[in-house]
Design a protein around this ligand. Structure first.
Ligand code: COA
Length: 258
């Protein structure tokens, strides 16, 4: 059996490629487990600063959950398959930035996985949608919660209730993706951003992600003082001393990650 998840390293960036191109990289139990294992290792690896997730082949990022696994499943079987830790939540709270490099179909659980990432970069060939309604289902990987936060209630309901697919330009116009690039430039543009982020202080990047992610769950009157506390916490780091000193001395900073 070929590996369902390929892991490569390019400098301080780890690239995870879902590798079931003949099934448009549909997410099955094995892929989810392999992703959890890979992320647990990457979390401990100080040599990795940023994670990029993509799909193998020219056609698809991830075309959703593996529909073949749904047939005949009982609610208890499904509840077991959806037990914690869930890949969507692990990625959203992962202490290193995760970028979705969306190379094609980004549907159902694939779109939910992309929404769990911190930044989404799409090929202009990418197609997006939450087609679960056509299977007698609703999104189950966080789509009913994360999609409205990104695109607003109306657009989330339009996509979830119709099951319609939209192209990359429209996905960008409603806030579902942050960048759209020519297909042949997708990897280069994604790695350019990933490497830039990976060149910053990993400690400060972690705190910045935590602060921004907190805005998903905190009211503004709680989020602002939380940000202040995290900002002040940065004053305990060697990297804050170095960053400020380097600016004043007009030289690049040498980050230590502490
Ligand atoms: N789960 C399992 N298998 C899937 C899949 C999924 N989510 N999406 C695609 N595949 C499989 C197809 O069954 C087909 O397998 P086969 O060659 O063994 O028959 C293969 O991937 C290629 O897909 P195909 O449908 O032939 O490609 P297409 O270009 O004609 O259509 C899609 C592409 C994405 C429009 C179509 O595959 C599709 O609608 N997929 C399901 C999307 C979905 O509902 N996702 C949400 C799941 S909850």
């Amino acid at each position: 059996m070929p590996e369902t998840l390929l892991v490569e390293r390019e400098g301080r960036v780890a690239i995870l490629t879902l590798n079931r191109p003949d099934k448009l990289n549909a997410l099955n139990d094995q892929v989810r487990e392999d992703m959890l294992t890979a992320l647990a290792e990457i979390e401990k690896d100080d040599a990795v600063g940023v994670v990029v997730i993509t799909g193998a082949g020219e056609k698809s990022f991830i075309a959703g959950a593996d529909i073949g696994e749904f047939a005949g499943r009982t609610p208890f079987d499904q509840r077991h398959a959806m037990r914690s830790p869930r890949i969507f939540d692990v990625m959203a709270s992962f202490p290193k930035p995760v970028i979705a490099m969306i190379n094609g179909f980004c549907l159902g659980g694939g779109c939910e996985l992309a929404m769990s990432c911190d930044i989404r970069i799409a090929s202009e060939k990418a197609r997006f949608g939450q087609p679960e309604i056509n299977l007698g289902l609703i999104p189950g990987g966080g789509g009913t919660q994360r999609l409205p936060r990104l695109v607003g209630l109306g657009n989330a309901l339009r996509l979830i209730l119709s099951g319609d697919m939209i192209g990359a330009a429209e996905a960008q116009s409603i806030g579902l993706v942050e960048m759209v690039v020519p297909h042949e430039e997708l990897r280069a543009k994604t790695l350019e951003l990933a490497n830039k982020i990976a060149s910053k202080s990993p400690l400060t990047i972690k705190v910045a992600k935590e602060a921004v992610r907190a805005s998903e769950r905190l009211a503004i009157e709680d989020g602002i003082p939380y940000e202040r506390d995290l900002f002040c916490l940065c004053f305990s780091t060697a990297d804050k001393e170095e960053g400020v000193k380097a600016f004043l001395e007009k030289r690049p900073a040498q980050w230590q990650g502490r």
